[in-house]
Write a protein that binds this ligand. Structure first.
Ligand code: ADP
Length: 723
């Protein structure tokens, strides 16, 4: 066969293959060495013919990351052909890696012995076909989806149509109904027209009524406003009520007074505040919600149980004052308690007693304190009675005076008779009445203590009784005077003794003065003789004798003054005079006797006219100046000044002497008081000068006082009213 004779050589075969339009390559060996690749294959790979003879993995390295190399190796090993369609491959196309789609086959070519000879790789670029197919597939899918949706929409439309038909039917039947209603409406309309006419007339009536209603409405509105106002107020009241309720609850809890509520016939203790629990000496849990008889059996049987029952029956409150009870204490003892208690019935809406409000006050301590005061008063009264003293008490408002039995007895008044201050003052001896009245007035108005000795005329015995009366203002509160009260003692006997003594002193003084006056006359006669004889020693001795006689004369005069003072015989003989003139005069007299001192006089300008006893005021100033000389031995200057203000004149006498200790200042004006120390003991005196001065000033309704500093000096002041 010719065919057999013209067998093609391998190279011819390869050339023919190279001409094939299908991309073709042949790989010999397991390393896939490219034996041959035609132009079409080289163009797929984007390579030139140089790569023939290189392993595929080196010639087209981008294939290494794709599945082809693995597939080729498998074909070599398994010697089984592999065919694939529409396979994507990443290839260098125009210098760029691009994806193209191929139908390809790796054909295992074996020799006659069945050994692997080569792999014939043929491939066709089916990218266009593939993409066209893909597009067609996509179009189909989209169409199918649209189809599906269309069907769906169709189905919904059909369903809607059915509904629409149903609704249409309904509408038709409604339409029919409307038509029949329309007819009814027409006839109704006619009726309505008729009715309308009626309505028009009614409307007029309505308008009239409406106007009335408007007026009523306005009234209602204002009533409404008032109501709103009242509601607001009520709201406020309600809030206050709430508050006061809270306060009440608070007060109840914290009240210093015991409060409890008992309910029912057995007096069950429903509520009890802390104070009552304390007074009861119980524990809250032991008494609460228990009948009184069980909770507090010990006290219940002391009469309280009966009182509680009594309140239930009589529906009246029971109030007890100062009840003495034996009360248990928490430590199991008992104590005597004094209590004030109130058992108040609590009524329900039907007027029945549903419970009892107990209010309990423990006054044990106050009671004991009061008893102590009462006992003290009794003792005090006993002491006063046994000393023969009387007590008196005047109401400053009404002027009524209450006297104790003894006081009435001393005054010679009937027992328990009410008497007024004015009536009592009328009983006072005429010469003393003004002093007593003034002191009493001063005591009541200015709370000045009252302590005076004066005679009264006993209306029973018609005798003169000397009294020492003390008094003091007592206050309930600083603004509210309760009484002006004090003690009254009969000092007639003592006074008579004193009067006798004073009479004696007066008599003795008088008797002493007579010989002294004679002695003075003789010394004067002697003096003129001795002066003529020129006996200097005797003249000097006689001058000193004369000074001593003057001193003695003054002392005797002082005693006489005191005796007169006590027996009320110092009477003022008042006249109008210029006080400055008197002070000049007296200063001159003092300087005559004490020429070593300076008297600096600083009088107030103008004349100082007073209505007073000139001699007595002169006596006071002389005494103050003499004291300044006596007790300011080391200083020379004495300052005397006058000062006028508010209807009075103040005189001051100042020295720069030894001064007076504070403890002595108060007592200087007492009778016979002298400061006792080594300095004063060298100065003669009886301590009556300042006492007399104070008495004289007081009888002029003035006052006298001293300001002094030890070792610096003293200033004595007195003030008397101007005319
Ligand atoms: P007498 O001077 O006779 O003792 P007075 O009644 O005049 O009595 O004085 C009472 C006392 O007051 C005196 O003893 C004296 O201690 C004191 N006294 C009075 N005036 C002064 C004075 N100016 N300075 C110091 N002490 C005085």
């Amino acid at each position: 066969m010719p065919f057999n004779n013209h067998r093609l050589t391998d190279s011819v075969l390869l050339e023919i293959l190279a001409l094939s339009k299908d991309a073709t390559a042949i790989y010999t060996s397991a390393d896939l060495v490219i034996e041959m690749a035609n132009d079409a294959m080289l163009s797929f790979w984007g390579r030139s013919r140089d790569i023939v003879g290189m392993p595929l993995t080196e010639a087209v390295p981008e294939l290494n990351t794709q599945e082809f190399i693995g597939l080729l190796k498998t074909v070599w090993e398994t010697m089984e052909t592999y065919v694939a369609v529409d396979t994507p491959a990443e290839l260098l196309i125009n210098g760029k890696l691009q994806t193209a789609y191929f139908d390809f086959s790796y054909r295992a070519i074996k020799d006659a012995d069945g050994n692997m000879l080569c792999i014939l790789h043929t491939a066709q670029d089916v990218t266009e076909r593939y993409l066209a197919k893909k597009l067609a597939d996509e179009a189909k899918r989209v169409r199918e989806e649209l189809m599906f949706e269309l069907q769906q929409t169709n189905r919904e439309l059909t369903a809607l149509n059915t509904v629409f038909l149903e609704k249409n039917d309904e509408l038709n039947s409604t339409n029919e109904e409307v038509a029949s209603l329309n007819e009814e409406y027409h006839s109704a309309n006619e009726q309505l027209n008729n009715a309308n006419n009626e309505l028009s007339s009614l409307n007029e009536e309505y308008i009239a009524i409406n106007e009335e209603l408007n007026a009523i409405n306005e009234e209602l509105q204002s009533a409404n406003n008032e109501l709103a106002d009242t509601r607001g107020k009520l709201q406020g009241l309600f809030t206050e009520l709430k508050l006061s309720e809270q306060r009440l609850a608070n007060i109840y809890e914290k009240a210093p007074i015991g409060i409890a509520v008992l309910t029912g016939p057995n007096h069950v203790i429903e509520q009890a505040n802390d104070t009552i629990i304390n007074i009861w000496g119980s524990r809250r849990e032991d008494v609460l919600d228990k009948p009184h008889a069980i909770a507090r059996p010990f006290v219940h049987n002391q009469g309280i149980g009966n009182w509680l029952d009594e309140v239930l029956v009589t529906k009246q409150s029971k109030i007890n004052h100062e009840v003495m009870l034996q009360m248990p204490t928490l430590d199991g003892q008992t104590r005597t308690a004094i209590v004030n208690s109130t058992y108040q019935p609590i009524f329900d809406n039907d007027g029945n007693v549903s419970g009892i409000l107990v209010i309990l006050e423990d006054i044990t301590e106050t009671y004991i304190a009061r008893k102590h005061t009462e006992w003290a008063q009794v003792q005090f009264r006993m002491a006063i009675d046994s000393a023969g003293m009387g007590t008196w008490s005047a109401d400053p408002n009404s002027g009524r005076v209450t006297l104790s039995l003894r006081a009435s007895e001393i005054m010679g008044l009937p027992k328990n008779e009410e008497i007024t201050i004015a009536a009592l003052l009328n009983m006072v001896d005429h010469d003393h009445r003004k002093i007593v009245a003034d002191a009493l007035d001063n005591g009541i108005k200015n709370s000045k203590p009252f302590d005076l000795e004066f005679p009264v005329n006993n209306p029973m015995s018609k005798e003169r009784v000397w009294l020492r009366v003390t008094g003091k203002m007592f206050y309930v509160t600083p603004d509210y005077p309760a009484s002006f009260s004090g003690i009254l003692v009969d000092i007639t006997e003592q006074k008579q003794d004193e009067i006798r003594k004073n009479d004696f002193i007066a008599m003795v003084s008088h008797e002493l003065k007579t010989p002294l006056t004679s002695i003075k006359a003789y010394t004067q006669m002697l003096n003129s003789r001795l002066q003529k004889a020129g006996d200097e020693f005797s003249t000097n001795a006689l001058r000193k004798t004369n000074l001593q006689i003057d001193k003695m004369n003054k002392m005797i005069s002082g005693f006489l003054d005191i005796s007169r003072l006590d027996s009320g015989k110092i009477l003022l003989s008042k006249e109008e005079f210029d006080l400055n003139d008197l002070l000049y005069e007296v200063s001159g007299d003092v300087l005559l006797i004490s020429p070593n001192h300076d008297i600096v006089f600083e009088p107030a300008a103008g004349r100082i006219i007073v209505n007073a006893d000139r001699d007595k005021i002169g006596q006071v100033v002389t005494n103050l100046l003499n004291n300044a000389v006596k007790y300011a031995d080391h200083s020379k200057s004495i300052f005397i000044s006058t000062y006028q203000s508010e209807g009075k004149v103040t005189v001051s006498v100042k020295d720069e002497g030894r001064g007076i200790q504070p403890e002595d200042v108060q007592k200087l004006f007492e009778r016979f008081y002298r400061v006792s120390n080594h300095k004063t003991s060298s100065v003669s005196g009886f301590g009556i000068g300042l006492y007399l001065s104070a008495e004289i000033i007081s009888r002029h309704n003035g006052k006298i006082w001293v300001e002094s500093e030890p070792d610096v000096g003293s200033t004595f002041y007195f003030e008397i009213p101007l005319t």
